[in-house]
Write a protein that binds this ligand. Structure first.
Ligand SMILES: CCCCC/C=C/C(=O)SCCNC(=O)CCNC(=O)[C@H](O)C(C)(C)COP(=O)(O)OP(=O)(O)OC[C@H]1O[C@@H](n2cnc3c(N)ncnc32)[C@H](O)[C@@H]1OP(=O)(O)O
Length: 363
């Protein structure tokens, strides 16, 4: 039922438009598309322009949202717009400052990095977006790893805040690219990915993944470069590359067959089979699985004990194991990235991204 019992007037609509600009909290893309569609429907009526081309991702998502309103009358659209803004404004004013904002160390916007008990913990901190990795986040993780390689910590942990470990590459990274810039951006993406994965290949200290929930895409593939992988029994491991028109990265085309054998690796990397934590453990990708209810307690007790081991001996052992494979891993990384650079320009990949975004545009 509409909240403005008498029906929203033009004045209510204009005031709602001003209120939107004052929102402190970003309402997210889905809501923004909804607002856009209702605005267009109110001011121009049903969608009356040709559908933008396949590479014009943003305008296509906007067009889809508007078009989905069909013949909704202008007055109803205006009412819905005003009601939606009213809901957003009330949740905006009641929203509290997130507690983790206080704990953040300076220098990182997308991570919380802490050091305690000779353990440096790098926590991905975009829980509302399932810790999807933005370009800024890739860069900050590289910076945090670089700093951790030089600090006095014994172990380094990567984990996620919220219910997900990470949903992998942020698919919005493929947005906002003007048509003529696609090739250049694909090249930049491949360079970023090469450097990101390279940091994990070269990292000199023991790396531990604390997988607090589901993991997708690149957050799974790089696990082959970690020394320990502890998972909650709520975690899942999913690499839907073929569905996304993409191909494996993170050196997984090499590490996964070595870890779990050719047949199981193919099922994951080619056919996108999602593994439970226990399956991933049985296949050697995960070191140990813990019940979710005691996960943090058990894992951190274990890690604190490990962090007391002789530091230099631990680091030398890690480097001896890794050095045998370093050159090969860098070559695999380069090969995977050049294939992916091409894949990102393919219709299959574009269509998969558009399909994810249109799911968001559904009203
Ligand atoms: C440059 C280097 C490139 C490296 C190459 C890497 C490749 C990969 O990592 S491929 C894997 C990419 N990831 C995905 O395909 C996952 C996409 N996301 C999903 O399928 C789902 O969001 C989900 C299964 C992870 C979670 O579903 P659900 O529980 O229904 O939650 P929501 O979908 O409502 O998600 C909440 C919120 O977060 C946004 N979001 C989640 N994951 C991503 C993502 N990977 N990219 C962009 N946005 C993501 C989602 O859109 C929701 O946002 P709002 O609608 O604004 O609330």
């Amino acid at each position: 039922m509409s909240k403005t019992a008498m029906g929203a007037s033009q004045k209510d609509f204009e005031s709602a438009m001003n209120q939107v600009k004052l929102l402190k909290k970003d309402p997210g893309n889905e809501v923004k598309l909804k607002l856009y569609a209702l605005y267009k429907q109110t001011t121009e009526g049903p969608c009356n322009t040709p559908r933008p081309g396949v590479f014009d991702l943003i305008n296509k998502a906007k067009w889809d949202a508007w078009n989905a309103l069909g013949n909704l009358p202008k007055e109803t659209a205006r009412q819905n717009y005003v009601d939606l803004v009213s809901d957003l404004s009330s949740s905006d004013s009641s929203s509290q400052v997130k507690p983790e904002a206080d704990r953040k160390q300076p220098g990182y916007e997308t991570l919380v990095v802490t050091s305690e008990d000779s353990i440096t913990k790098i926590m991905m901190n975009r829980p509302a977006k399932k810790n999807a990795l933005t370009v800024q986040m890739y860069r900050e993780i590289m910076l945090a790893l670089e700093a951790a390689s030089k600090d006095d910590s014994t172990l380094i942990v990567l984990t996620g805040n919220g219910d997900y470990y990470s949903s992998g590459n942020d698919l919005m990274n493929f947005m906002n690219i003007p048509p003529g810039e696609m090739e250049k951006e694909a090249k930049n993406g491949a360079i970023l990915l090469r450097d990101f994965v390279g940091c994990f290949i070269d990292f000199p200290k023991p790396l531990v993944a604390v997988i607090n929930g589901p993991a997708v895409g690149i957050s799974v593939t790089i696990l082959g470069l970690f020394d320990l992988v502890y998972a909650s029994d709520r975690a899942t491991f999913h690499t839907p590359f073929t569905h996304l028109g993409q191909s494996p990265e993170g050196c997984s085309s090499y590490t996964f067959p070595k870890i779990m054998g050719q047949a199981k690796a193919a099922e994951m990397l080619m056919f996108g089979k999602k593994l439970t934590a226990r399956e991933a453990c049985a296949q050697g990708l995960v070191t140990e699985v813990f019940p979710d209810s005691t996960f943090q307690k058990e894992v951190w007790t274990r890690l604190k004990a490990y962090s007391k081991l002789p530091r230099n001996a631990l680091h030398i052992s890690k480097q001896s194991i890794r050095n045998l494979e370093k050159e090969k891993l860098h070559a695999v990384n380069a090969g995977e990235n050049s294939v992916l650079q091409e894949r990102w320009l393919s219709d299959e990949c574009m269509n998969a991204v558009v399909s994810f975004l249109s799911r968001k545009a559904k009203l």
